[in-house]
Design a protein around this ligand. Structure first.
Ligand SMILES: Cc1ncc(C[n+]2csc(CCOP(=O)(O)OP(=O)(O)O)c2C)c(N)n1
Length: 285
């Protein structure tokens, strides 16, 4: 497979996810847009290349698992699961609707394709450790991936999980830290300065990779290297922009949970669709 064509295909897939995620928010007029936009490329690579799954059998035991510990980014995962056929795209209208299948934060009991219930930050990595350990004990060669927010790392439970994963040498566990530098109400460095996330996680015995989380080839290489390494857990610290690719969210501090006007979303969709068209054109060249 020609890598440069594959990267272009994955860029198209990422922009499709971005547009569909924005449309999903668009129905309700508010949502966690910042942290949903920053993981789009990573989600595209997971579902477009690196994860093994069967949309017709979401609980297939041999699948790779994903724990979105920053569960408020659920809409990005929902849009992707819909594109991949886990459920009809019409179901995306159920976001945040009482009694529906798509709560604002991911819930394994409500949505086909969601592997772990999250939303209370700080707990997902512990769950991911348990899933990875269980797979290993049962002789499955599945990989467990886990999205963490950088603000979320303020929660102490994460650091117990980092210790545990190294102690158990969980070579089938890969954490992806979305280092967008912001959290709910400010810059991560101002709220609780983490210093070098790379150095901190490495000090807990993990292999650590670092890259630009919006750069498809760079992220692809990091994920490939992480999969290749099986001696212990790996963390990919991806540097991203909160709100990336959403015209009214990117570059502002208060973009964690936004109420927006229909015309703002129209503008964002027009611009995101133009980027998608460019990506499609680049693929045809
Ligand atoms: C235990 C817990 N405390 C507080 C919250 C409220 N909360 C939701 S998102 C968020 C900020 C998360 O920041 P970060 O992990 O950096 O996510 P991102 O910026 O990538 O969206 C907070 C404090 C929560 N969901 N769970």
């Amino acid at each position: 497979m020609n890598k440069s064509i594959r990267y272009k295909e994955l860029r198209v897939f990422a922009e499709e996810i971005r547009v569909k995620t924005l449309r999903t928010f668009g129905h309700i007029g508010f949502g966690h847009i910042g942290g949903a936009m920053s993981i789009v490329e990573a989600v595209a690579l997971l579902y477009g290349e690196f994860m093994r799954y069967d949309p017709k059998n979401p609980r297939w035991a041999e699948r790779d698992k994903l724990v979105t510990s920053k569960g408020h980014a659920g809409p990005t995962i929902y849009a992707t699961l819909a594109i991949k056929g886990f459920f009809p795209e019409s179901m995306l209208r159920e976001l945040n609707q009482g009694g529906g299948h798509l709560p604002s934060h991911t819930d394994r009991n409500k949505t086909p394709g969601i592997d772990m219930t999250t939303g209370s930050l700080g707990q997902g990595l512990s769950a991911a450790c348990g899933i990875a350990l269980g797979d290993r004990m049962d002789g499955r060669d599945s990989t467990t991936w886990c999205f963490l927010g950088d603000g979320e790392l303020d929660e102490g439970q994460n650091w117990e999980a980092f210790l545990f994963a190294n102690q158990m040498k969980l070579g089938n566990l890969i954490a992806i830290v979305d280092q967008n530098g912001q959290q709910l109400d400010g810059y991560t460095a101002d709220v609780m300065d983490l210093g070098s996330v790379e150095q901190k996680i490495a000090a807990f015995g993990w292999k650590v990779l670092s890259c630009d989380g919006h750069d498809i080839p760079a992220l692809y290489q990091a994920m490939a290297e992480a999969k290749e390494y099986t001696e212990g857990p790996v963390a990919i610290v991806m540097h991203t922009k909160k709100g990336h690719g959403c015209s009214f969210a990117e570059g502002i501090l208060s973009n964690h949970h936004i109420n927006f006007k229909p015309e703002q979303m129209e503008d964002a969709l027009q611009k995101a669709n133009a980027v998608l068209e460019d990506a499609r054109l680049a693929l045809r060249k």
